[in-house]
Design a protein around this ligand. Structure first.
Ligand SMILES: [Zn+2]
Ligand SMILES: [Zn+2]
Length: 132
């Protein structure tokens, strides 16, 4: 049977999340408890007000990164990886500016804000070099 759009987008988002998590946990084993919530209704609602709303943390108890899979699933790997790196910065206890600083200081990846939505993005060549 053909896979649905939701299955395809959820799988893409989950795959990038798993890669970024593996990458981050090598340096910060305590972050291994972090889980992904692909069906945050708050994000689905938020997206009606802001098209650049794709993820957040701190909504559900524990280390949970929330997203809305069918929306985030259309983003390319570099954008998703940068978004997840930023969110892991929040899970690690940092605020907006601190999250990107944490990513750069510990992983040497500068998070950039590009495109019409000014979303988190990291150079795909650099990500590959880092093993992401
Ligand atoms: Zn949420
Ligand atoms: Zn943030």
């Amino acid at each position: 049977m053909a896979r649905s759009i939701k299955q395809i987008t959820d799988e893409h988002v989950s795959t990038v999340f798993a890669r970024v998590k593996r990458f981050v946990v090598r340096k910060f084993p305590a972050l291994s408890r972090t889980v992904l919530n692909l069906t945050c209704r708050d994000i689905a609602a938020e997206r009606k007000r802001s098209a650049r709303s794709f993820m957040h943390t701190g909504h559900l108890d524990g280390p949970v990164i929330c997203t809305w899979g069918v929306a985030a699933g259309v983003l390319d790997r570099a954008t998703l990886a940068a978004l997840f790196l930023h969110e892991f910065g929040h899970v690690a206890g940092h605020d907006e500016a601190g999250a990107d600083k944490w990513v750069f200081e510990h992983f040497g990846i500068p998070i950039q804000y590009v495109g019409p939505l000014r979303l988190e993005w990291a150079d795909p060549g650099l990500l590959e070099e880092k093993g992401l």
